[in-house]
Design a protein around this ligand. Structure first.
Ligand SMILES: Cc1cc2nc3c(=O)[nH]c(=O)nc-3n(C[C@H](O)[C@H](O)[C@H](O)COP(=O)(O)OP(=O)(O)OC[C@H]3O[C@@H](n4cnc5c(N)ncnc54)[C@H](O)[C@@H]3O)c2cc1C
Length: 391
């Protein structure tokens, strides 16, 4: 590593730096070739097994202390996601979705259910998904309407979920459903629903995001009382507990993509000749890349700070996580766009790594809280009293 690279990582300790570099190398050398052999838009089970064999999923699911918290810290989660994204976005997404889909189970599932499923998820054998969004409820989670009606000791779920990553192929879903009408976010409950449950069906959707994603239909799907995740009407807490842990790491995913784009632009600017000299000698290009490098670094520090705040027990981390996710996902879009501009036409050819990144980098500005929602959270922090007085 160059002295400049070491200085950019000076806030990390040796173990953290090694984790990041090891993960990035694994993504480039082992996982990217595997992912290239997979089918876009389908769950790649061999990639998941490779993530497991290399100990990454295990890190996510080895629990510490009370057994409800993964041993991996939020900062380590960010470093793994950044490292994977630098070399293989498909592996990154597969890794993150295992975490997102399983975290509600880990946090709030009954011990027997956790014991039954966790080893399978950690081994890359069971595919997880997090099913919150509905056709009429995206950012506004309080508007969820998928119904959970009592049936004896259990419940029956009826309704639809949409844009659920890993659907309809996942082996289980953490599903958020309405148990109390008119109670907004306080009337939601989380359920564990195996993918082969009777009455559950789905279809894949083709989105400008290369990972698998789909729609789910619930036709009176029966869930046993043991499949409840947490308390009745306590589902919002389970969802937010999961998103609190994962939100800074969405920023880390974006930073990984931004760094991959920047590295590729720098390499290209060094070698591509125009008007008798390399592109890097054109100040317009060098300064554009310098500007991107500075802003990527600032956003990366914000991501690491938000994760460190979470790890040190600060709650809520909503404000700092919102700042981190907003800055990182917005600059990543610009970084990929600038890298494409520096490359010219060749970056737009189907199959070029930047063409792939261009499709991949868009969605994180929408999911797990769109940029506008993050700004709304940040604004609430700026004007707390004004809002209290109005309400
Ligand atoms: C690739 C991808 C993967 C996804 N994976 C999952 C998944 O695994 N599980 C899951 O449950 N969901 C998933 N989603 C869905 C995602 O969570 C929603 O798209 C997101 O919550 C936004 O909801 P919406 O698309 O319905 O947009 P809407 O909520 O309808 O928002 C539309 C626009 O209005 C803006 N807006 C909304 N509210 C406000 C406000 N208060 N102030 C200012 N502006 C506002 C939004 O920012 C946005 O620009 C995924 C989405 C994508 C694109």
């Amino acid at each position: 590593l160059s002295a400049a690279a070491v200085a950019l990582d000076a806030h990390l300790d040796e173990g953290q730096r090694a984790l990041l570099e090891r993960t990035a190398a694994l993504a480039t050398t082992t996982l990217a070739p595997l992912a290239a052999a997979g089918e876009e838009g389908r769950v790649d089970r061999s990639l998941l097994r490779a993530l497991a064999e290399n100990g990454l999923l295990e890190r996510l699911f080895t629990t510490a202390g009370d057994g409800r918290q993964p041993e991996v810290s939020a900062l380590e989660l960010c470093l793994i996601r950044e490292g994977l994204a630098r070399g293989c976005t498909a592996a990154e997404t597969a890794f993150a979705l295992q975490g997102l889909g399983t975290f509600p189970l880990l946090q709030a599932g009954q011990p027997q259910l956790v014991d039954e499923w966790l080893p399978r998820v950690a081994a890359g054998e069971a595919v997880a998904a997090f099913a919150l969004t509905e056709p009429d409820a995206g950012s506004d989670v309080a508007a969820l309407s998928l119904r959970a009606e009592r049936d004896g000791e259990g419940y029956r779920l009826s309704g639809e979920k949409i844009w659920i990553s890993n659907a309809p192929e996942a082996d289980f879903y953490s599903v958020f459903a309405r148990t109390t009408d008119g109670a907004g976010a306080r009337g939601l409950t989380a359920f564990f629903v195996p993918g082969d449950s009777e009455g559950l069906s789905g279809e894949p959707l083709r989105l400008l995001a290369p990972h698998p994603i789909g729609r789910l239909s619930f036709d009176r799907v029966y869930v046993r009382p043991e499949q409840l995740l947490g308390e009745v009407d306590g589902g919002f807490r389970v969802a937010m507990g999961t998103l609190d842990m994962f939100r800074p790491s969405v920023g880390a995913f974006a930073i990984g993509m931004a760094r991959a784009a920047l590295d590729s632009a720098v390499a290209h600017a060094r070698t591509r000749q125009a008007f008798g000299r390399p592109l890097k000698d054109l100040q317009a290009i060098a300064h554009r890349l310098a500007d991107i490098a500075a802003r990527v670094h600032a956003a990366r520090l914000a991501v690491h700070q938000a994760a460190a705040a979470y790890d040190s027990g600060v709650r809520p981390v909503t404000q700092t996580a919102a700042i981190a996710k907003l800055l990182a996902t917005e600059i990543a879009q610009e970084a990929v766009d600038a890298a494409i501009q520096v490359h010219g036409a060749q970056a737009l050819e189907q199959g070029h790594p930047l063409e792939h990144l261009y499709r991949e980098v868009r969605a994180p500005r929408i999911y797990e809280g769109a940029s506008e929602v993050q700004r709304e959270i940040i604004a609430r922090g700026l004007f707390p009293r004004d809002r209290e007085q109005r309400s």
